[in-house]
Design a protein around this ligand. Structure first.
Ligand code: SF4
Length: 83
């Protein structure tokens, strides 16, 4: 399994100007994609900054080692996890 777009939560794409812990955000997003649970929404809401704060600046894309479509993931994560 796995492909070049799998996030391994390494956070080599940080720092994020919006203060998003991208690795933690991606982990929540992946968990929600597999099986959505109410706890995941609560964990999302508890983050200091989450996918909704993404500025789509693209800075993380310049540093990502594995080709993650980070901006697109943040938009999709918002759709799944934001209340
Ligand atoms: S594109 Fe979004 S997640 Fe990536 S560094 Fe910019 S604000 Fe942070």
């Amino acid at each position: 399994m796995g492909n070049h777009q799998d996030c391994v939560y390494c956070n080599h794409c940080l720092p994020c100007p919006a203060g998003i812990d991208i690795g933690a955000m991606m982990r929540l997003f992946d968990q929600a994609r597999i099986a959505m649970r109410p706890e995941l929404r609560a964990a999302y809401a508890a983050l200091d900054a989450n996918a909704q704060d993404c500025l789509a600046c693209g800075e993380c894309k310049e540093r990502r080692p594995f080709g993650m479509p980070t901006v697109e993931c943040m938009a999709e994560a918002t759709g799944i996890l934001a209340e």
